[in-house]
Ligand binder design. Structure first.
Ligand code: KMH
Ligand code: ZN
Length: 271
């Protein structure tokens, strides 16, 4: 079995300090959290930028500062978000990709997202895909629902996307696919050839789906973007606490954890 890639989704666009007092917001806080997560076993950090007051932003200069500060502290793959926050324009969302990070996320369709709608029309997705291809930024395809995996198959067939692809099953968003073992098993059965996959369970789904991924040969995403809890009724003290728990479970299950260099090889990230 491949070594386990752990992604730490450090901040997200929705969680607030009021909900999770340890949420990293500024570039310095995000870089510190990234270094702690890398030391605990993460080989990728998924980052969202915020203004100092906590408002989500896709400001290129703030992303540049985050990337620079993370690089100064540790070796870890920086994956920027192109999802941003609900309501942002496509141009705004794509801005951090111009920095040519090693990876960026790319949502594969529109979906209800809590009380909102997260819009990803095909023409915008195609623009995102072409830009990432041109800049040689490795996409991680965010799959919130089964139809999104079929959209990805269509892009592959059209030749807009080159395989093997790397996908993230985001399971448990209210309005999207449930965070259950059945969802994960179904999506896994629909993967394109040679695809690699990771799972981001939302809230209470995070830990059980992560354990399944470790057993099944998938990879794992944890962190405050998806889950602020260590266990029921007890907030996590840091993103690194959540990463360390996955690394510990993986060790117990005899699935070695990948270094950033090994993750780059598994995901075929540009040298
Ligand atoms: N904040 C969500 C609306 C991504 O980072 O690519 C979208 C999101 C996905 O977080
Ligand atoms: Zn995100």
């Amino acid at each position: 079995m491949e070594k386990l890639i752990i992604t730490a989704a450090l901040t997200g666009a929705e969680v607030t300090r009021a909900q999770q007092p340890a949420l990293p917001i500024t570039p310095d806080e995000i870089a510190r959290a990234a270094a702690e997560c890398a030391a605990a076993g993460a080989s990728i950090v998924h980052v969202h930028a915020r203004y100092p007051d906590g408002t989500p932003t896709q400001d290129k200069a703030i992303y540049a500062e985050i990337i620079e500060k993370v690089r100064a502290r540790c070796d870890v793959i920086v994956q920027v978000s192109t999802g941003g926050a609900v309501g942002m324009s496509a141009a705004e969302r794509l801005a951090p990709v111009e920095l040519r990070p090693e990876m960026a996320t790319l949502s594969m369709g529109s979906v209800n997202f809590g009380d909102d709608v997260f819009l990803n029309p095909p023409s915008e997705m195609e623009h995102f895909l072409c830009t990432m291809k041109e800049l040689r930024v490795k996409p991680e395809f965010e799959i919130f629902d089964a139809g999104m995996l079929h959209s990805l198959q269509r892009w592959l067939k059209k030749g807009v996307v080159d395989g093997p692809v790397h996908v993230d099953f985001v399971l448990g968003v209210p309005g999207a696919m449930a965070g259950t073992p059945e969802s994960l098993m179904f999506l896994r059965s629909q993967l394109p050839a040679e695809a690699t996959w990771t799972v981001a369970g939302i809230g209470a789904a995070q830990l059980p789906l992560a354990a399944m991924a470790i057993a099944l040969g998938g990879h794992v995403r944890v962190g405050f973007e998806d889950n602020i809890w260590h266990r029921k009724g007890e907030l996590a003290t840091s993103n690194a606490q959540l990463v360390a728990r996955i690394a510990r479970i993986a060790r117990e299950m005899e699935r070695p954890v990948a270094t950033p260099a090994q993750a780059r090889e598994i995901l075929r990230i540009r040298p």
